[in-house]
Write a protein that binds this ligand. Sequence first.
Ligand code: PMP
Length: 353
Amino acid sequence: MSRFLDKKLVFLKPYIPGEQPKGIKKLIKLNTNESPFPPCPGVKKAAGRASKMLNLYSDPACTNAVNAIADFYGLNSKNVFLSNGSDETLAFIFHGFCPKGAAFADITYGFYKVFADMFGIKTRIVPLDNDFNIKVEDYKNLDQTIFIANPNAPTGILLPVCMIEELLLQSPDRLVVVDEAYIDFGGESAVRLIEKYDNIIVVQTFSKSRSLAGARLGFAIANDDLISDLNRMKFSFNPYNVNTISLLAAEEAMKDRQYFEKYRKEIIDNREYLSSELRRIGFKVLDSKANFVFAGRHGSISAKDYYDALRQNNILVRYFDSERIKDFVRITIGTSEQMRLFVETTEIILKGR
Ligand code: PMP
C-alpha cells in the first residue's frame, strides 16, 4: 500500500471475483455463473461493424441499446439506464442513493458490502432465516436503501414479486433496489412495478441470460427521475461508459428473442436435471430459480472436500468459506453434456469415500 492512499480506503477489502483460469479447454468452468452458450449470432457481426468505428467515441446516450431494452419491456427509453456491467449501475446507486445507509441480507451478493465500504456508506445487515429465506417483515422499520438480489445469490432462492411490492409499501420514502441478475431463469421480474411506484430501481445484466459477461453490460429500469439521476452521476464520472462494440452487442442480444428464449429454457431444464440428480445422490439442494444451484450437507463429504475433489477432476465450482454457507458449493448450470459429466464425476468421487 502506498503512503498516498486516502485513509478512508486503507481498510477496504476488495471483492474477490471467481477464478478465470487459463487453459480453459481442459476445465469445466462452473464457478462464475456465466452462460455456457455463445452470444447470439448477430453479436459477432455487430462486433465486426463496431470495430470499424472505434476511432470515434461511443454514443454517450447509448441510444439504440437503450431503445432495444425499452422495446423488450414495453417501456419508454426514459426509464432505462445502461452501464458497464450491472456492477457499475450498483456502484452509482450506492454512491448516490444511500444517504441513510444501505440494508441487505447477511447472505447475498458480496459486492454490496464492498461498494458500501468504498463509498463510506453505513450498512445494516439483515439475516436470512434458517432456510435462507428473506423475511420482508424484518425490513419494516428500516429507513436505509434496501438491496435485494432476486433470485438471491448464492442461494438461488426467489422472492415473489408480491413480496417486493410489500417492501415498497412498507415505506414510500425508502428506495428498494431489486438486483435481478438471475431473473430470466424462472422468476417474475419486478419491472412492471416501476409504473406504479417511484421508490424502486430494478437492475439487470447481459452477463447471464444473454451470454455477454465479457461485454460488460448491465442496466437499470426505474421512473424517469431516478434514471436522470443515474445519468447525472454517469455524466459526472464517465460519459462514454459503454464501448461501441458492447453497445451494438447489447442491441443485437435484446432483439434476438428467439435465441434468448431457447437458451434460457435450456439452462432451466439443465438446472432441474442437476438439482434432482444431486438430491437423489444425497445432497441438500436449495430451490434455485437462477443459473446455478447451491448444494451441500451430504452425509459423507464436506463441501470443501467436494470442491477440492471436483477440482482434481477438472471441474471448477465456487466455495465460500463463511460460517453460514460453508456446507455448500455453488454450481453454475452448464450444457446438458457438462451436467451429465458433473453428475457422473460426483458419483465417482462419492464411491471413493
Ligand atoms: N448482481 C449479482 C447478484 C451478481 O451475481 C452479479 C454477477 N457477479 C452482478 C450483479 C454483476 O454482474 P455484471 O456486472 O456482470 O452485470
